[in-house]
Design a protein around this ligand. Structure first.
Ligand code: G3P
Ligand code: CA
Length: 240
């Protein structure tokens, strides 16, 4: 089972920052999960919310500011501003990824509230320009966005991300659509879904696992990936 650091090593460092990504890899995580949005000048940045307020304290939207303005803003509000690390661009992250080992990145395309025009194509162009196609998994709560990414880049793996609503027999539908993974909220996972995914050869990347009890259940289910704020805890339980 692989361990992906959710928004980087966000249990200990400011989420979705280069510091949190570096610390996750140093801790031994197999991969990173991150979220992308678009700046006012159409560039990709890594941040979870449409608004900057929760992670930076700035009362503006990501789409109000240019890339140049965004990457100057410190993104450590969730850790009491104890770190200087700013909002990263997706380009900076891809550059880091290309020159650091072989870890995987699950890029969540945040088009569930705001659908940025052509964000899928921009993300794919960036990934291809760094030659990272075989180290990326695209996912989104917006499954049209997932299908668009798959259509534009059949060589890059994709996953259907979901929460809240139970989906019956989603694995055969993913298989038919050429999608490789389901990314369910832990609360929606059950024995039947796990068995059906195994029958259909659809992988399961499950989020967000921050307790040992849930981690042990995922180990018993033998899912592909656990996505966690605490990669150190999961790696320890796995004896790594
Ligand atoms: O991709 C899994 C998880 O990150 C989805 O929820 O809100 O943390 O982006 P959220
Ligand atoms: Ca996410």
């Amino acid at each position: 089972m692989k361990v992906f650091a959710h928004r980087g090593f966000s249990g200990a460092y400011p989420e979705n920052t280069m510091l949190a990504f570096r610390k996750a890899i140093e801790a031994g995580a197999d991969g990173i999960e991150l979220d992308i949005h678009e700046s006012s000048d159409g560039k990709l940045v890594i941040i979870h919310d449409e608004s900057l307020i929760r992670t930076t304290g700035v009362d503006k939207l990501v789409s109000d500011l240019t890339l140049k303005e965004l990457v100057r803003i410190k993104a450590a509000k969730t850790k009491d501003d104890a770190f200087e690390t700013p909002i990263p661009s997706f380009e900076e992250f891809c550059d880091f990824m290309a020159s650091n080992g072989s870890f995987i990145t699950n890029v969540e395309i945040k088009t569930n509230n705001t659908w940025y025009q052509d964000i899928e194509r921009k993300a794919i162009d960036m990934v291809r320009s760094f030659g990272l196609q075989d180290r990326i998994i695209f996912s989104s709560f917006n499954w049209i966005s997932v299908m668009r990414a798959k259509q534009l880049a059949p060589e890059i793996e994709c996953g259907f991300l979901y929460e809240g609503q139970k989906h019956l027999h989603l694995a055969p539908q993913a298989l038919e659509a050429g999608i490789q993974y389901l990314h369910p909220d832990y609360a929606l996972l059950d024995d039947e879904t796990v068995a059906e995914c195994k029958r259909c050869n659809i992988g399961l990347n499950v989020w967000t696992i921050n307790t040992e009890e849930r981690m042990r259940q995922l180990m018993a289910w033998d899912v592909n990936t656990v996505i966690t704020n605490y990669p150190d805890m999961c790696l320890r339980l796995l004896g790594r």
